[in-house]
Ligand binder design. Structure first.
Ligand code: FAD
Length: 485
């Protein structure tokens, strides 16, 4: 039975918010989820562009409490991931806990509890406030002169306008990240005239994406089959990603493999344009299921490398004087990864706001908590993303730890936050791990932006698990509810 005396508010009903909701539901804790959109799914609801497939194995993008034996492919299309997430919400009875179309606008820690205000004008009071608002959620548009002047349809990749017909249009795609690569590839194979504007070439993983077979599906359903497969995937994650962390033969072999993908390009000039000038893995690697390098060699596909000077009503002008006439313009320009819960206005102890706390740099303890913000938790906050590890797996570990901290706080009749010293120790540990990893040295990536170090977890996945299983309580301070302001 739910404990009505203790209440949790969660913001966001993407993968993270739903995982949290299911965990709270099972624990019998009273909670509500506010979701600013009208449907669950976050990333997978918003990103509906052609060519989007999950970049980790479909089997790795599962909630541990809801196996899916029926993925159609090794790497499922985004539509299938979204359908799975919606099914989880439905099957688990989670939608009845969600207030849709209601964004959390502000949250303030006052008199030992969180006072939450929604954009709809509702005030809610919670003992614990959990932000599951996503780290790749707020679209980032480049600051290019003339942006508003484009006469045809133009939109960010996460706001795809499905009313625009593909055929007979000259498409422009700005951006060379994962979205830009997947969109260009899809439009090119669909026969559209497409120009991709890139400033820097990306390493691209040309991979096979076979349909799953009935044998594979059956194997999962055999006694012990699912658990055996999960163990195998876990081992793969731990072993397969070591090249990102340490220099050595595994990294060299990966670099050779990725260079060999570039051999698909027959034209030396195009090959030169698409050859990255920085180390492999420094940016998140776009995955290509239908051979991006072959796609961009189709007569209807064009790569323009350089700096865009301005956007004009009928196309794009480059700084070298080239002009490209376009009918549709897609901004595959990524997200503001350092926004986290903002623009929500979050205020902790002594009236300190999140903007003030993060004025000089973004930080957190374990990606889940912040000193001075008692009983506030984040899912995949700063330093949360674990190199290339599937998000549900990392969430499992974060949420397990948050639940233990909540239990401790309740047992103490207090609100819990990490100490400043423990947070500094955590940041120092991560900072010391970056040298030698692929994320430092020579490339500009969204993990870093203007931060002193990339804001991800640069240690093995196994250490992530160990960290969250063993966070010492001495790293936290407990503010008695009556003493908090
Ligand atoms: C194009 C793209 C492809 C990706 N592919 C992969 C992949 O292949 N593998 C992988 O592991 N990861 C991938 N990711 C990362 C992906 O974001 C995560 O896997 C995962 O979906 C994050 O879930 P989340 O719940 O933390 O955030 P989100 O999915 O961003 O969900 C956040 C939710 O919070 C809501 N929200 C935000 N602010 C408020 C507010 N103030 N009040 C109320 N609600 C709010 C949003 O509407 C949204 O529903 C991809 C990301 C993008 C953008």
């Amino acid at each position: 039975m739910a404990d009505r005396g203790f209440r949790v508010v969660v913001a966001g009903a993407g993968v993270a918010g739903l995982f949290m909701a299911e965990t709270l539901k099972r624990a019998g804790i009273d909670f509500v989820v506010y979701e600013k959109a009208g449907e669950v799914g976050g990333t997978w609801r918003d990103n509906t562009f052609p060519g989007l497939f999950v970049d980790v194995l479909s089997r790795q993008y599962e909630f541990p409490f809801q196996p899916n034996y029926n993925w159609s492919r090794k790497y499922a299309p985004a539509t299938e991931i979204w359908a799975y997430i919606k099914k989880v919400a439905r099957d688990r009875g989670l939608t009845r806990f969600i207030r849709f179309n209601e964004a959390v606008a502000a949250a303030r820690f006052t008199e030992g509890r969180w006072r939450i205000e929604t954009a709809a004008g509702r005030t809610d009071i919670a003992d614990v406030f959990i932000c599951a608002t996503g780290f790749l959620h707020k679209p980032l548009l480049p600051d290019i002169p003339g942006q508003g002047s484009f006469a045809g349809p133009s939109f960010h990749s996460s706001r795809w306008d499905h009313a625009v017909p593909y055929a007979g249009k000259r498409w422009g795609v700005i951006g060379s990240g994962a979205s830009g690569v997947q969109i260009t590839e899809a439009l090119a194979w669909a026969g559209c005239d497409v120009t991709q504007f890139i400033r820097r070439a990306q390493w691209v993983h040309i991979r096979d994406n076979p349909h799953s077979t009935w044998r594979e599906r059956l194997k999962l359903r055999l006694p012990g089959g699912y658990a055996r497969e999960q163990r195998r995937l876990w081992q793969m994650i731990n072993e397969g990603d070591a090249w990102r962390l340490y220099p050595g033969p595994q990294r060299e072999a990966m670099e050779r493999e990725y260079r060999s993908f570039l051999d698909y390009i027959r034209d030396p000039e195009l090959k030169q344009k698409l050859t990255p000038d920085y180390n492999l893995g420094c940016t998140r690697i776009p995955k290509s299921d239908k051979n991006y390098y072959e796609a961009v060699q189709l007569p209807n596909a064009h790569i323009v490398k350089g700096q865009i000077e301005r956007i004009e009503p009928d196309g794009v002008a480059m700084t070298d004087g080239t002009r490209i006439a376009l009918d549709v313009l897609v901004y595959a320009t990524g997200f503001d990864p350092h926004a986290y819960m903002r623009p929500m206005n979050v205020t902790g102890l002594n009236g300190t706001t999140i903007d003030e706390a993060w004025r000089e740099k973004i930080y957190s303890y374990g990606g889940i908590a912040l000193p001075g913000f008692p009983n506030l938790f984040m899912l995949y906050g700063p330093f949360g993303p674990v190199n290339n590890v599937p998000v549900p797996l990392g969430l499992d570990q974060e949420i397990g730890c948050i639940m233990r901290l909540i239990a401790e706080a309740r047992a103490h009749g207090a609100a819990v936050a990490p100490t400043v010293a423990a947070t500094e120790r955590f940041l120092a540990r991560l900072g010391a791990a970056f040298p030698g990893t692929v994320w430092v040295g020579g490339c500009k990536n969204w993990y870093t932006s203007d931060q002193p170090t990339p804001v991800l977890w640069p240690l093995p996945q196994s250490e992530h698990k160990a960290f969250f299983e063993q966070v010492p309580l001495e790293d936290f301070e407990f503010t008695a509810i009556g003493e908090a302001d």
